[in-house]
Design a protein around this ligand. Sequence first.
Ligand code: TYM
Length: 337
Amino acid sequence: MASTSPRVLSGIQPTAGSFHLGNYLGAVRQWVALQESHDAFYMVVDLHAITVPQDPAELRANTRLAAAQLLAAGLDPERCTLFVQSHVPEHAQLAWIMNCLAGFGEASRMTQFKDKSAKHGAGNATVGLFTYPILQVADILLYQANQVPVGEDQRQHIELTRDLADRFNGRFGETFTVPEPYILKETAKIYDLQDPSIKMSKSASTPKGLINLLDDPKTTAKKVKSAVTDTDTVIKYDTENKPGVSNLLSIYSTLTGRTIAELEAEYEGKMYGALKTDLADVMVEFVTPFRTRTQQYLDDPETLDSLLAKGAEKARAVAAETLATAYDKVGLLPAKH
Ligand code: TYM
């Protein structure tokens, strides 16, 4: 059935095992909300994962684990299309076309590539890591997505997507929808609990500063209680002077639906300890059922796999149509059937 709702698409890597709080608050939470109002496509991006070395058995397990977590977070296969990127070969196919349209210089300016290749040692970075953003461009354009719900760190990749969509449309005629980033200000960047000057991330954070949703809830509570704040005792949202406290307030506000102003009023005159203890409780209340639900999906891999197969089938119908148009526009001779 053709849908007239605006379309969203997004993806998450299956590399870390557990999602962290930044993934959830920055992206996945919005995915869940948008499936109600949008024609939504969400995927586990296993092809992106292999741009850095992966253990094959672990990658396979983590791909299922990522899908299980997305369902546990509230994605409903009746309301959205949930699939695994490699199940839809059109992603790699359109990526090639986009590789041939992207400039070497513009790809070289992608900050995530620069960061990641520096981490692995410049000489060790693969060509796949270099063209990673171009595969992401293909992911988005294949579905003619209007909006892409992500965290702030993905903004540059969406800009590149817009540029390449415009370039293709200009050269070959109107083909692709030019997408907008969908980035919520309050949760665009969740910070490390030990070092609030860096974003929470599996690769940059220390274990104490990283909240993994599948950690033992006791560990999570401990991490929240030992979060870095600052030397005075005023509980106030001030990202410039109080990045640690502000990060905790953003997390608290998003998880409870209460405004920052309400929280500031409630904690006026109280110590940081009170805020952290209460937030630890809120977090435990959130992660405990999340872990249980994730495990339930994992316990039934057959259902999980067949649900992903259905998702891939739905995704492919859309992706194949866009790819055929793009091939035709570029001038590739159609194969005779
Ligand atoms: P990935 O797997 O690194 O992260 C998944 C999502 O989590 C967001 N995120 C954060 N948001 C706020 N604060 C943080 N500390 C934080 N850490 C991570 C990310 O912004 C992301 O939205 N390249 C993408 C995956 C991808 C994709 C796509 C996304 C592949 N194809 C097409 C959108 C559309 C990535 O590596 O996300």
